[in-house]
Design a protein around this ligand. Structure first.
Ligand SMILES: [Zn+2]
Ligand SMILES: [Zn+2]
Length: 102
């Protein structure tokens, strides 16, 4: 089987930062309330990273009419960009963008 770059994985999870129950859409693994993520992927969706650290939202980027959030792992320092999901708390994103958007 051909290995895809993005593996759909739509399990629900509970946010380890704020306790919000997140309904998995398959394409996001960050919390829609506090925007924290978890370092579980090497390739997005593969859940193959052994790290498991909490990933804090450290930046917001707006390009081509799309918001991206940068997450940084609090355990190992790994950073990666994620597209904003439709159900993300937009007020939080705006709040973040005031801090980080350049
Ligand atoms: Zn949360
Ligand atoms: Zn990590």
């Amino acid at each position: 089987m051909e290995r895809k770059n993005f593996i759909k994985n739509d399990e629900d999870f509970t946010c380890e930062h704020c306790g919000h129950k997140v309904a998995g859409s398959g394409y996001t693994n960050h919390c829609s309330q506090c925007l924290y993520s978890k370092h579980v992927d090497n390739v997005p969706g593969d859940r193959m990273s052994p790290c498991g650290g909490l990933m804090a939202p450290v930046g917001v980027e707006y390009r081509d009419q799309t918001y991206s959030i940068t997450h940084k792992c609090l355990k190992c320092g790994h950073a990666k960009k994620n597209k904003l999901a439709d159900d993300d708390d937009f007020d939080r994103v705006i709040e973040l963008s005031k801090q980080f958007l350049v």
